[in-house]
Write a protein that binds this ligand. Structure first.
Ligand code: FE2
Ligand code: FE2
Length: 242
């Protein structure tokens, strides 16, 4: 599994591992700051390659915060490996995530973040947004780096394959195409459309991100607010009547 590292915004590194068996990328993001922050750990088998990529930027043992969106193997499967490798590291996610999952799963106590709470890591301010069921999972949340206007948007803007690290072209149509295609496969219905979905997309769009850091596929540099409004509208059209 080849792993690459690319700086996509100031102090913000995308660590990408392409998994041929899934046919998709699994991307982690490092904010290299006084208190380094990692967004998702990847699966257990990606711990080594992710750690080695981070080591080209900073000592992985310095990692202080490990954030993720929702409890799944690609979001936090290697959490305990990281907690062992980085003695000062602490997981941060939603209250639901800590209460329902991490209090049992994690080998050290995690920190629950309230909706809209800001985690300061030094030069960067990371705002936590509780986003239940967006992209999926009761415990879901996202992080917005107010310093670089980067939204770490987990499974939103999913694109299959092994595309470029950062793109300025439209990601909305490829993402909607992937959702449409997925609906006829064995992993269908991963994105629920709920009474909260429209308001959540509106809230994310109103952040007006300049970079969208996506877990599967290219990250995006450009008008992130517009992209989020378009993706939300597309999802409503595709799934709202289901
Ligand atoms: Fe997910
Ligand atoms: Fe994912």
């Amino acid at each position: 599994m080849p792993t690459t590292l690319t700086e996509i915004a100031a102090d913000t590194y995308r660590i990408s591992t392409f998994a041929p068996d899934f046919g998709i990328q699994f991307n982690q993001f490092l904010v290299a700051d006084d208190e380094p922050f990692l967004m998702h750990t990847g699966m257990q088998r990606m711990f080594g390659p992710t750690r080695d990529a981070i080591a080209t930027v900073l000592d992985p043992a310095r990692l202080r915060w490990i954030g993720f969106s929702h409890f799944e193997a690609d979001e936090c499967g290697a959490l305990n490996e990281w907690l062992e490798a980085a003695p000062q590291a602490r997981a941060v996610c939603s209250f639901v995530g800590v209460t329902v999952n991490l209090n049992d799963f994690a080998c050290r106590p995690a920190r629950a973040l309230a909706d809209d709470e800001v985690l300061a890591t030094g030069r960067h301010q990371l705002r936590f947004l509780a986003t239940p069921h967006v992209p999926h999972g009761w415990d879901a949340g996202l992080f917005f780096d107010e310093t670089t206007r980067t939204l770490f948007c987990s499974d939103l803007f999913f694109q299959p394959g092994d595309p470029a690290p950062l793109d300025t072209a439209d990601l909305v149509e490829p993402s909607l195409h992937a959702i449409r295609a997925g609906q006829s496969g064995p992993l269908a219905n991963d994105l629920p459309y709920t009474p909260r979905t429209d308001a959540t997309f509106q809230r994310l769009a109103d952040l007006e991100p300049r970079t969208l850091a996506t877990m599967h596929g290219s990250s995006f540099s450009g008008d992130g607010g517009r992209a989020l409004r378009a993706l939300g509208a597309g999802i409503r059209e595709l799934l709202g009547g289901c």
